[in-house]
Design a protein. Structure first.
Length: 44
């Protein structure tokens, strides 16, 4: 039973490292677009 838990822990660790590596590789980029919104300033 201990070996199974160790194996699962190693697999989870590898999955987390793979996800972090994939996200830092630049393949995951957010969609960028310009958003303009008027702002009313109360300058009295």
């Amino acid at each position: 039973m201990g070996r199974l838990i160790k194996l699962l822990a190693v697999l989870v660790l590898l999955a987390v490292l793979a996800l972090v590596g994939y996200s830092y590789s630049g393949l995951i980029t957010p969609e960028t677009r310009e958003i303009t919104q008027p702002v009313v300033l109360d300058a009295d």
